[in-house]
Design a protein around this ligand. Sequence first.
Ligand code: CA
Length: 118
Amino acid sequence: MNCDGECACGANAECDIVEGCVCVDGWTNPQQDGDLVACLEDVNECDDVSTHSCADTSTCTNIDGSYTCDCPPGSQYDYDTNVCEGGIKKITKALLCVVDGLTVLLSLRENDDSVCFE
Ligand SMILES: [Ca+2]
């Protein structure tokens, strides 16, 4: 940073008035790139569950500067609720319930706990 408080930041970097050029989210390893400081190394968010929010039912795919959560065919990821929406959902815990004519099984969403009502 120069005396005017200006940074010479390159790709994927932004000026911080204290630290100088810092990487924007999704990028790391700031390095001199000619006259600029640039962050050219992508963060692989999928390597660490603490750096992505993909639900267990989806697959994390690393992309440059970010990541995507990919759902089973026919459904789409809702990044607000972090679940796969739409498509065919399997009942995975249905065998825990005894459905005997008086019991209604109320779970149609994959990986949710099934609820039995007598
Ligand atoms: Ca990434």
